[in-house]
Design a protein around this ligand. Structure first.
Ligand code: NCD
Length: 300
C-alpha cells in the first residue's frame, strides 16, 4: 500500500514522476475528471487549516471522488471522548479508500499508517513534517527555474517549529549543488539535526544575521510564520519582513515563497510583483494533491 507520510520517502525519480503527472493534470484536467469515480476519501483535520484541507477537498472532487469529513476533528471526533488515534483510524479506514489527516503529533502519520487498511496522506504532523506542502513548493521552484539542481534557497521565519521548512529541506537534499541560507530570530534558528542532515548531503548551511548576508542572486526567499501555537511564552513577532525595499535588493529572478498563512512576514505592497509567487504556490496544491491521490489510489 502506498502512503504519503514524510518527504524522506521520495527520490529524485519519484519526484520527477509526480511533477510530470502534475504537469499533465494541469494541462488536461478533463482527462482525470472521473479517475476517482466510486472512491471515498476521508478528510480528518485535528488542527486548523484553510489551504491544505480545501485544496485536498477540491482535488478529490476534481477527480470525481467523494469526501467524508469530520468537521474540526480535534473537538468533534471521538478523540474528545478519549479514543486513541489508532482506534479512530482502524474504524475510519473501513469507511473509505484513503485518509487525508492533519494532527498535532509529530508521529501521527506513522502511527496512523501502522493500523490503517487504506493509504494515509499526511497533511501536516505536529512540528515534524508537511510532505505535500513541500512537494508543491518544489513543484513551484521547478516551474520557475525548469530544474532544481543548483538552486539557492534562503529559509526565513520559524525554522524550529515550521514543519514546511523541515520537509522542504529533506527534499532539497536530493539535488546537486544546492545552497541553503537561514535568517531567523535566534529563538527560531534551524535545529542542529537539520543542519547535520544538510551537511550529510553536501550542503553547507549558512546562518545569516540580516538580509544583507543573503546573496542577492538567491533563487528563493522562503518565509514562514512563527508557529505561536506550538510553544509556551511570547517570542514576539517576526523581525525580518520582506517589503518592497528589501525585495528590490534582490535579483529580478528571486522568487518569494510562503506556505501561508502570513502574519507580518511579507508586506502586501509586494503582492503584485511577479516575484511574489505565494498565491501561485498555493494554487499548485491542486495539481500536486490530485497527482498524489491518483498515485496512492493506483489511478495514475
Ligand atoms: C502551514 C502549516 O500548516 O504547517 N500551512 C499550510 O499548510 N499551508 C504553515 C503555517 O501554518 O504556518
Amino acid at each position: 500500500m502506498k502512503h504519503v507520510l514524510r518527504s524522506g520517502q521520495f527520490t529524485r525519480e519519484s519526484l520527477e514522476e509526480l511533477f510530470k503527472l502534475a504537469d499533465d493534470v494541469k494541462l488536461n484536467p478533463k482527462k482525470y475528471a472521473d479517475s476517482l469515480d466510486g472512491k471515498i476519501v476521508s478528510v480528518m483535520f485535528f488542527e486548523p487549516s484553510t489551504r491544505t484541507r480545501m485544496s485536498f477537498e477540491s482535488a478529490i472532487l476534481r477527480l470525481g471522488g467523494k469526501i467524508i469529513v469530520t468537521e474540526n476533528a480535534g473537538s468533534n471526533s471521538s478523540a474528545t471522548k478519549g479514543e486513541t488515534l489508532e482506534d479512530t483510524i482502524r474504524v475510519l479506514s473501513g469507511y473509505c479508500d484513503a485518509i487525508v489527516m492533519r494532527h498535532s503529533r509529530d508521529d501521527a502519520a506513522e502511527v496512523a499508517a501502522k493500523v490503517s487498511s487504506v493509504p494515509i496522506l499526511n497533511a501536516g504532523s505536529g512540528k515534524g513534517e508537511h510532505p505535500t506542502q513541500s512537494l508543491l513548493d518544489m513543484y513551484t521552484i521547478r516551474e520557475k527555474r525548469g530544474k532544481i539542481d543548483g538552486v539557492k534557497v534562503a529559509i526565513l521565519g520559524d525554522l524550529v517549529y515550521g514543519r514546511t521548512i523541515h520537509s522542504l529541506l529533506t527534499l532539497l537534499c536530493l539535488y546537486d549543488n544546492v545552497e541553503v541560507y537561514g535568517l531567523s530570530k535566534e529563538a527560531f534558528a534551524l535545529p542542529e539535526k537539520y543542519i547535520t542532515m544538510l551537511k550529510e548531503h553536501g550542503i553547507d548551511y549558512k546562518v545569516c544575521k540580516s538580509f544583507d548576508e543573503i546573496p542577492k542572486d538567491v533563487d528563493v526567499l522562503y518565509h514562514t510564520r512563527i508557529q505561536a501555537e506550538r510553544f509556551e511564552g511570547d517570542f514576539g513577532k517576526e523581525e525580518y519582513i520582506i517589503n518592497k525595499e528589501i525585495l528590490n535588493q534582490f535579483s529580478k529572478d528571486t522568487i518569494i515563497l510562503h506556505p501561508l498563512p502570513r502574519v507580518n512576514e511579507i508586506s502586501d505592497d509586494i503582492d503584485d510583483d511577479p516575484r511574489a509567487m505565494y498565491f501561485k504556490q498555493a494554487h499548485n496544491g491542486i495539481p500536486i494533491r490530485m497527482s498524489l491521490l491518483l498515485q496512492v489510489l493506483n489511478k495514475a
